[in-house]
Design a protein around this ligand. Structure first.
Ligand code: NAD
Length: 503
C-alpha cells in the first residue's frame, strides 16, 4: 500500500465518527450540540466533497461558553503558576501523542500538504511547552525605586478572553494564541474558522483529557458574522486576540467598542523579498521558492512580492521558473506533495481571478497562471513578471502560490517599492553587504525583518505587523502584555511630606 493510500485509510477512520453527527462545540468540559440545532457543511478542498456537518454557533452558544469561561476564571487564575505549567506540559505531551492524527485531519480539512502539517502539530506542542515554562514568572513585575517611595508592578490575568482564528495552519495558530492566554491565567473561548473547524475540536478535547479543568478552554464553532461577532460583543470577555484579514479586524474593533474590548490583531501582508545582486543567489532562490510556495502560499508571512535587482533579474527569474516547474502539486495526504488544494472554492475563485487581473494590468505570466483540471481547488504555482508595484497583483493579498516579480535599480528604489503598500507584516532581505542589510532593516516598514533567511521563528521574539498588518505583538513576554493587566503599587519609605489642605 502506498503512503497516500495508507493516509487515506487513516483519515477515513478519523472522520467516520465526525460524519455520524454534526461536529459539536466544546463548552464547560463537554461536547455541546448547540442551542439552535443549525449546522453548516465542512468540505475538503481535495474534491469539494462534504466531510460532515458542523454546529453553527449563535449568540446563545457563545453566551454559554463565555459564562463557563467566567465561572472557571477565579480557580484557574488562583492556581499556582507551577501547577499551570505542569498542566500545559501535559497538554503538549498529549498533542505530540496525537500529532499524526492532527496532521491528517488538518491536511484533509485545509488542503495544506502533510509534509508541513506534520510539523505544525509538533510546533503547537512546542508553543504549549514554551508558554507553560513562563507560567510561573508571568506575574512578575518591575521594581522602580523613587526618592521617598518604592514603586513595584504586579501583573494579573485580564479575565476570560476570546480567540478568533483563520483557516490557514489553524491548529498551530490556535495554540500560538491559546497557550499564552492559559499560561497567564486567563480562560478562553475559541472561535475557529468555519472553513477549517476540525482540528480546533481536537485541541479542546485533547487539552481537557490532559487535565485542563472544565470551562478553562471552550470552543464554539460557527460563522464569523454570528458566533464570531457575538464573542467580540460579550461583556464577560475582556480581550479579543484575532488572526485574520485586515477588514475583519476593523469589524471586530467596531463590534468590541461598546464593551471596550482590548484587541490584538495579526492581519494580512504583502511581504517583499528583496534580492540584491551581491546575494548568495542559490540560497536566496531556495528561500524565495519556500516562502511563497510552501503552505500553498496561504501564509501571512509569505513573501508574495519578489523585488529583484535589475542586474540579476533575467538570470534569477530563469532559475526561478526552472524550480517552479519541478514543484509537486498533489493530494495533500501524499507525503511527496509540496502544494495542495486551496482551502475553499470561494478562495480558489479569488486566487484564479488574479490570473486575468495580472494580464489586464500589463504583467506577464512566466509560470502557471491556471487552475488544474480537477474536482479540487488546485492551481498551478504561478509567477508574474514584468510587474510594477501599483498593479493589483502587487498591492492585494492573493494568499495563494502566486508570486509577483518586480525589478529595482538600487537600494533606495528597493526600499521605496517595498514600503509602497498598505501592509507592514514582514520583509526579507538578501545581500552579502551586512551594512546594507541593517540599513534596510532600519527603514523597512515591517514588524518582522529577516536578513539572509527565510521565516525563522524564535518564540521569545516579537511577532506581528505594523500598518494594516496588525496591532500588538505576540511572542514571549509580549503575549503576556496583552493577556494581563499591569498594576503599580507605590509605597512610602518613610514620613515624606503629605500636602496639607484645610488646616
Ligand atoms: P477572516 O478574517 O475571514 O476570518 C478569520 C476569523 O474571523 C474566522 O474565524 C472568521 O469566522 C472570523 N470572523 C469573520 N468575521 C467576523 C466578525 N465580524 N466578527 C468576529 N469574527 C469574525 O480571515 P481568513 O480568510 O480566515 O484568514 C486569512 C487571513 O488571515 C489573511 O489575510 C492572512 O494574512 C491572515 N493571517 C494573518 C496572520 C498574522 O500573523 N498576521 C496569520 C495567519 C493569517
Amino acid at each position: 500500500m502506498s503512503d497516500l493510500e495508507n493516509n487515506l485509510q487513516g483519515i477515513e477512520k478519523l472522520l467516520a465518527p465526525l460524519r455520524a453527527e454534526a461536529l459539536p462545540h466544546f463548552i464547560n468540559g463537554k461536547r455541546d450540540a448547540g442551542r439552535s440545532g443549525n449546522t453548516f457543511e465542512g468540505y475538503t478542498p481535495v474534491d469539494n466533497s462534504v466531510i460532515g456537518t458542523v454546529a453553527a454557533g449563535n449568540s446563545d452558544d457563545i453566551d454559554a461558553a463565555c459564562n463557563a469561561a467566567e465561572a472557571a476564571f477565579e480557580e484557574w487564575r488562583a492556581m499556582p503558576g507551577k501547577e499551570r505549567k505542569r498542566l500545559l506540559h501535559k497538554v503538549a505531551d498529549a498533542i505530540e501523542a496525537n500529532a499524526k492524527d492532527i496532521a491528517l485531519v488538518e491536511s484533509y480539512d485545509s488542503g495544506q500538504a502533510l509534509k508541513f502539517m506534520g510539523k505544525a502539530a509538533v510546533r503547537g506542542a512546542a508553543n504549549f511547552r514554551f508558554f507553560g515554562d513562563m507560567a510561573e514568572s508571568a506575574r512578575d513585575g518591575q521594581s522602580l525605586p523613587a526618592e521617598e517611595h518604592i514603586n513595584y508592578s504586579l501583573r494579573q490575568p485580564i479575565g476570560p478572553v476570546g480567540v478568533i482564528t483563520p483557516w490557514n495552519t489553524p491548529f498551530m495558530l490556535s495554540t500560538w494564541k491559546i497557550a499564552p492566554a492559559l499560561a497567564a491565567g486567563c480562560t478562553v473561548v475559541h472561535k475557529p474558522a468555519e472553513w477549517s473547524p476540525y482540528s480546533a475540536m481536537m485541541l479542546a478535547e485533547i487539552a481537557h483529557s490532559a487535565g485542563l479543568p472544565d470551562g478553562v478552554l471552550n470552543c464554539v464553532q460557527g460563522l464569523g458574522e454570528d458566533a464570531g461577532k457575538a464573542l467580540t460583543e460579550h461583556p464577560a470577555i475582556k480581550a479579543v486576540a484575532f488572526v485574520g484579514e485586515s477588514t475583519t479586524g476593523s469589524h471586530i474593533m467596531r463590534q468590541g467598542a461598546d464593551t471596550l474590548k482590548r484587541v490584538h490583531f495579526e492581519l494580512g501582508g504583502k511581504n517583499p523579498v528583496i534580492v540584491f545582486d551581491d546575494a548568495d543567489l542559490e540560497r536566496a532562490l531556495d528561500a524565495v521558492v519556500f516562502m511563497i510556495y510552501s503552505l500553498n502560499g496561504e501564509r501571512c508571512t509569505s513573501s508574495s512580492r519578489l523585488l529583484v535587482q535589475e542586474s540579476i533579474r533575467d538570470e534569477f527569474i530563469a532559475r526561478l521558473v526552472e524550480r517552479i516547474a519541478k514543484l509537486k502539486v498533489g493530494h495533500p495526504l501524499d507525503p511527496a506533495t509540496e502544494i495542495g488544494p486551496l482551502i475553499h472554492q470561494r478562495h480558489f475563485d479569488k486566487v484564479c481571478s488574479y490570473f486575468e487581473a495580472a494580464v489586464a494590468d500589463g504583467a506577464k505570466i512566466a509560470a502557471g497562471g491556471k487552475a488544474l483540471d480537477s474536482k479540487g481547488n488546485f492551481v498551478s504555482p504561478t509567477l508574474f513578471v514584468d510587474a510594477s508595484n501599483e498593479m493589483r497583483i502587487a498591492q492585494q493579498e492573493i494568499f495563494g502560490p502566486v508570486l509577483t516579480a518586480i525589478s529595482f535599480k538600487d537600494e533606495a528604489d528597493a526600499l521605496a517599492i517595498a514600503n509602497d503598500t498598505e501592509y507592514g507584516l514582514a520583509a526579507y532581505v538578501w545581500t552579502s553587504d551586512i551594512g546594507r542589510g541593517h540599513r534596510m532593516a532600519q527603514h523597512l516598514d515591517a514588524g518582522m525583518i529577516w536578513i539572509n533567511s527565510e521565516n525563522n521563528r524564535h518564540l521569545p521574539a516579537p511577532f506581528g505587523g505594523m500598518k494594516a498588518s496588525g496591532i500588538g505583538r505576540d511572542g514571549g513576554d509580549y503575549s503576556f502584555e496583552f493577556y494581563m493587566e499591569t498594576k503599580n503599587v507605590c509605597v512610602a519609605l518613610g514620613s515624606h511630606r503629605v500636602p496639607k489642605l484645610g488646616k
